[in-house]
Design a protein around this ligand. Sequence first.
Ligand SMILES: N[C@@H](CCC(=O)N[C@@H](CS)C(=O)NCC(=O)O)C(=O)O
Length: 201
Amino acid sequence: MKLIYSPASPFVRKVSVLIHELDLSDKVALAPVSTTALNTSTDARAANPLGKIPALVLDDGPTLIDSRVICRYLNDLVGAPFYPADHLWDVLTLEALTDGIMEAAVSMVYETRLRPEALQSSEWIEAQWDKVSHALAALETSGFKAQTGPLNMAQLALACALGYLDFRHEARNWRQAHPRLSDWCKGMESRPSLRASTPIN
Ligand SMILES: N[C@@H](CCC(=O)N[C@@H](CS)C(=O)NCC(=O)O)C(=O)O
């Protein structure tokens, strides 16, 4: 298998963390790309018409796109327990929430990095952060079942989303107002899979 990836992407990190957790590193070749919405890599476009990463090119099948699809595929490939049948909807809901945090946080970065300064909208950036803030507040008050219990994909994804906030939005200091979530995140960050995939530019 070949993973089209960039080490800065939180969506890619979900997949990298799962590959590590499942001990699949030997079976997945890494193909780095540099891609943005305004400058799409040809390799990313060849793998995914949307030009987005991650994409997983299978040896004997179609190319899989979208971190949620890829993670579920890898989990099922080895019969792992990270999408447990008895808590599937809780896990998928929390994973969807964490992907939403990533989407809002990534689009804030695109707004400031990709758009000419005169066209940037601080109101729009704050609206994106507002989504993140509401999600963090809900997580801090333990509103999501899948956050606790045996390790699942949503917990890994949440650690990746929070790590991205540290990486790209450090000045927002999300940890200060969310001490319980911050402690939870610190516990996750000690996992070798997360330590091995700390985002870099
Ligand atoms: N829903 C997708 C989102 C993937 C995504 O937005 N990836 C970003 C990198 S963080 C990307 O490829 N951006 C390039 C673009 O928007 O064209 C997933 O979960 O994989």
